[in-house]
Write a protein that binds this ligand. Structure first.
Ligand code: ADP
Ligand code: ASP
Ligand code: MG
Length: 412
C-alpha cells in the first residue's frame, strides 16, 4: 500500500471535536487506499504550560527531566487520535517515540533524529492496521531516555517518517492555509505562496517563521520529501496549500520571497574585554557549553587593547548566558568591565534566492527602516538573507514596512 504522512499541529488537535475532524480527514485518505502515518502535536498551549511548570520548578533545569515533562502532551493526543479512529472503525494504534523506536542523539531538548526503523510499524500495517498514530516531537536516546526535538519538532518527526517510509507525500496541517510572504497574523497584506523553494523556506524557518521547524525543511530537502503545508480547517483539493520544493520547480519568483521575524531576542554586550588571540573562543565556548544559542556576533573596534563584544541570543537564555560569563570571569578565563543585557529587542529578516544576483536589497531595507524612524542595532547578512536587530516595540511596523517596500503582496 502507498503510505501518506499527515501531521496535525497543536491547534488542529486542540479539542476532542478538532481531533474528530482531523480523524475524518485521515479516514478519507484511508478510503483513498493509503496506509497513513499520523503525527500529532500536543493540544495547543499544552507544551507552553509544561515548559512553564519546568521553569518554575527549576530555572537551570536538567534537560533530561525537561524532556520527561514536555514530551507528555503528545502522548495524550496520540492516544486520543487512535481512539477516535477506532470509534470510526478504522484500525489504528498509537506509538510513542520509544516504541517505534525513533532513535535520537542524547542532546536533550534539542535532539537530532538518527534512525527510524520501519519494521515494527510495517509489520502492523501488514496485519491490517490502517493508521499508525505517532506522538510527534519525541524520541529515545542511546541511554534509553525520552528526548525531544526542540520546539515545533513534530514537523521534523513528520518529515523524517515520510523519508524513512518512502511516503508519497508529507502533509502538514496547521492553522493557516499555507506558507505566506510573512506571518499573516501581523501583516494583513501577506500573500499565500503556491510554492516556495527549500532554501528560502529553510532561511525563513531558521529566522523565526514557525510555520515549519527548520530541521524539517532540511530533512525534506535532503531526502526529496514532497512537503505540503495546508489548513486543517478548510477542505483542501489536490493543489491546496503551499508546496515546498526545489528551486528548479518554480518558474517565477520575487527577489525577496518573504519577511521573517523572531520576537524574543536579547542583545548582550561584554564591555571592555581584552582584545587578544583566543578571546572569542574564551567567550563563546563557555556560552555554547551552557546551552546558549548565540546568533549574531559583533566585535567592536579596539582601543588600547580592549574591545566590546556584542552577541544576540534568545531572551529566555539570558540568565544562562550571564551565569556562564560570570563563571568564566571568576575562573580567570575572561575579564570584562560589565555585561549589559538589552532584553527588548527583536530580529527582522528579509529572505530571497534572488539576492544572489540582485544588488541593492540591503540598501532598500535600511532605507525603509530609516523612513519609519527605526534604529538598527545589529546587522548580519548571508547570501540569501539580511537580518537586523531592532527595538521590539517596532517589530510589527518593521515587518509591514518591509513587506510594502519589496511589494510582496504582488506575485512575480
Ligand atoms: P502548529 O501548531 O500547527 O505547528 P505553528 O503555530 O507552529 O502551528 O505554526 C503556524 C503559525 O506560523 C501560523 O499561525 C502563523 O502565525 C505562523 N507563521 C509565521 N510566519 C509564517 C509564514 N511566513 N507563513 C505562514 N505562517 C507563518
Ligand atoms: N508540542 C511541541 C511544541 O509546541 C511540538 C510541536 O507542536 O511541534 O513545540
Ligand atoms: Mg509548529
Amino acid at each position: 500500500m502507498p503510505i501518506l504522512v499527515m501531521k496535525f499541529g497543536g491547534t488542529s488537535v486542540a479539542t476532542l471535536d478538532r481531533i474528530s475532524r482531523a480523524a475524518k480527514r485521515v479516514g478519507r485518505e484511508v478510503a483513498n487506499g493509503y496506509d497513513v502515518i499520523v503525527i500529532v502535536s500536543a493540544m495547543s498551549g499544552k507544551t507552553n504550560e509544561l515548559v512553564g511548570w519546568v521553569d518554575e520548578t527549576s530555572p537551570f533545569y536538567d534537560a533530561r527531566e525537561y524532556d520527561a515533562v514536555v514530551s507528555s502532551g503528545e502522548q495524550v493526543t496520540a492516544g486520543l487520535m487512535a481512539l477516535t479512529l477506532q470509534e470510526m472503525d478504522i484500525p489504528a494504534r498509537s506509538w510513542q517515540g520509544w516504541q517505534v523506536p525513533l532513535k535520537t542523539t542524547s542532546a536533550h531538548s534539542a535532539a537530532r533524529i538518527e534512525e527510524i526503523p520501519t519494521d515494527n510499524i510495517n509489520a502492523k500495517f501488514g496485519e491490517g492496521m490502517k493508521v499508525a498514530v505517532v506522538a510527534g516531537f519525541q524520541g529515545v536516546s542511546p541511554e534509553g531516555r525520552i528526548t525531544t526535538l526542540g520546539r515545533g519538532g513534530s514537523d521534523t518527526t513528520a518529515v523524517a517518517f515520510a523519508a524513512a517510509f518512502g511516503a508519497d507525500r508529507c502533509d502538514i496541517f496547521t492553522d493557516v492555509d499555507g506558507v505566506y510572504t510573512t506571518d499573516p497574523r501581523i501583516c494583513d497584506k501577506a500573500r499565500k505562496l503556491e510554492k516556495i523553494a527549500f532554501e528560502e523556506m529553510l532561511e525563513l524557518a531558521s529566522l523565526g517563521a514557525k510555520v515549519l521547524q527548520t530541521r524539517s525543511v532540511e530533512l525534506a530537502m535532503r531526502f526529496g520529501v514532497k512537503l505540503r503545508v495546508l489548513s486543517s480547517f478548510e477542505d483542501n483539493n489536490e493543489n491546496a496549500g503551499t508546496l515546498v520544493c526545489a528551486e528548479e520547480d518554480i518558474m517565477e519568483s520575487n527577489v525577496v520571497a518573504g519577511v521573517a521575524y523572531s520576537r524574543d531576542e536579547a542583545k548582550m554586550t561584554l564591555i571592555s574585554v581584552a582584545d587578544r588571540p583566543g578571546i572569542a573562543a574564551a567567550i563563546f565556548v563557555p556560552l555554547s557549553e551552557a546551552g546558549v544559542n548565540v546568533d549574531m556576533i559583533v566585535q567592536n573596534i579596539s582601543e588600547e587593547g580592549r574591545t566590546d563584544m556584542t552577541f544576540s541570543c534568545p531572551v529566555d537564555q539570558v540568565a544562562r548566558a550571564q551565569k556562564a560569563m560570570q563563571q568564566a570571569k571568576d575562573e580567570g578565563e575572561i575579564n570584562f568591565h560589565d555585561l549589559v543585557a538589552d532584553t527588548d529587542v527583536a530580529k527582522v529578516s528579509v529572505v530571497g534566492i534572488g539576492m544572489r544576483s540582485h544588488a541593492g536589497v540591503a540598501a532598500k531595507m535600511f532605507d525603509q527602516l530609516s523612513r519609519e524612524g527605526i534604529n538598527i542595532k545589529v546587522i548580519t547578512t548571508s547570501e540569501i538573507k539580511i537580518s537586523v536587530l531592532i527595538d521590539r516595540k517596532y517589530l510589527e511596523l518593521a515587518v509591514q514596512a518591509l513587506h510594502d517596500a519589496f511589494e510582496l503582496e504582488k506575485a512575480a
